[in-house]
Write a protein that binds this ligand. Sequence first.
Ligand code: HEM
Length: 504
Amino acid sequence: MEMGSLLPHAASLFAVSMASLMIAAVLSIVRRPWPWKTAAISREAVLRLLGVRLGDVPTTVVRDGAVAVDALVRRADAFSDRPAGGGATSIVSGGRAHNINTVPHGPLWVALRRNLTSEAFHPDVSASAARSAGGGAGVVVPVRDCLYAALFALNVATCFGDGVDGELVGAMRAAQQEFLRFLPRARVFSTFQKAARLVYPDRWKQLLRHRRRQEEMYLPLIRAINEQRRTRGTPSPPPPTTYVDTLLYLEVPADDGRRRRKLSDGEMVGLVSEYLGAATGTVVAQLEWALANLVRRPDIQTRLCGEVEAAAGGEPCAYLRAVVMECLRRHPPVSSVQRHMVRDVMLGGAHVARGNVVSFAIEEIGRRQHGMHEKLGAALPHRIFFPVSQLHYQIWTSSEEFSPERFMEGGEEGVRLAIGSKQEATTKVKMMPFSAGRRTCPGMGYAILHLEYFLANLVTAFEWRRVPWEEEVDLTADYGFITTMQHPLRALVVPLSNDRSTVV
Ligand code: HEM
């Protein structure tokens, strides 16, 4: 072989070896314990300095209701998918398995969502679970933890039935809360997962540990229900009475689009975790915000309690609904919703490229206050703002004030809670706490039922007062996965039936 023909070969060999050496060097640095941990500089900050943004995508923020509804409802085809990385099931399965929240729009989404709205929330299923959960509201000490325990127990009953051991319910609750606190950190695995796993090996192990714990708790219960169903199921299986029942019945489209298949264990665990998480955290946050406002405004509390007591016969309670609506407007538990763009679009005069994310600032839409986006943006890391210029603000009267009266007859006009269809999208949009369009929250009716039920009972059983030796209740928000009170509510709770007082 001539020297001339060897040279390019040697050069490419040299280049390959150098590249391998560099990759090995980078990996060995990345996998070593990071010295800057001790210097209080985060791994994310260093990677960002180097221009690496794992799990991050340029984001356009929409702060105007009309633009939001135009996109989410009228142009739903382009705005139907969320960005990847919203759930452990999809991350752990490398995008092969999903829950409702993460599955791309298509036949599987239709099947899973229809099952939740038409089967699990069917009055027969909810009623049987509600009966079994009887008295789940419990005793109120301390507010957030107590509400969480009560709502979680109720949702476990609607999910698995009433036979779940109390200790196991407690363990499931602790695991679910820990998992939800961890979930935002798993976002780095949503894109370039292999690289992210090398950079964050401990975080990846943590994610797998969370997932295993859920499997260990949920799968035996799911299998027991399946077994019961099979033994009772001759000649035909009994009608479903819980969410898990509906999932066991369900057949979803197979990948080939022609056949049907049953859900896998992984999918079931993900769907159960989604149900327990979505149905508990949001409602608890709303109830805590509502009670905090009632402590600050005894006049509203007195009117509410009076109305509920007078309506003991079961008439609708307009003021109770107004308090719930005002709470959803003023403190929506989900501050923004995101869409992953499947194609280039023009939005409110701005060009948004395929692959980018559009974030709809639904809290701001319900409050109509300039400057809010900076606060929300600061809480969500790595946001890039392309403000949409077309702002048709329909300002509420004193939008920061908690005023249920605006939802009573003669109050402010043009408010809709659900904006599902293209016809409805022509009405004025003043708030959208459950979002709008195809992926709007399927749990809206269920959530409002629970909010009214719990609130009505809490204000008629107790009086909620400010703790006299403490500061006024602080309404500062903590914009996490769900928007909660930064300083959990403490209130003096006086049972209305007798005179014992309890500080919670
Ligand atoms: C006050 C209570 C609640 C609020 C404010 C709320 C709000 C929301 C919002 C804003 C979204 C995102 C919609 C979008 O991306 O356009 C959502 C999605 C979702 N919510 Fe709720 N939610 C609540 C309660 C519930 C309950 C009780 C459930 C019952 C299991 C539930 C299940 C879901 C599910 C499965 C999704 C994903 C829907 C899909 O991708 O098709 N939510 N919710």
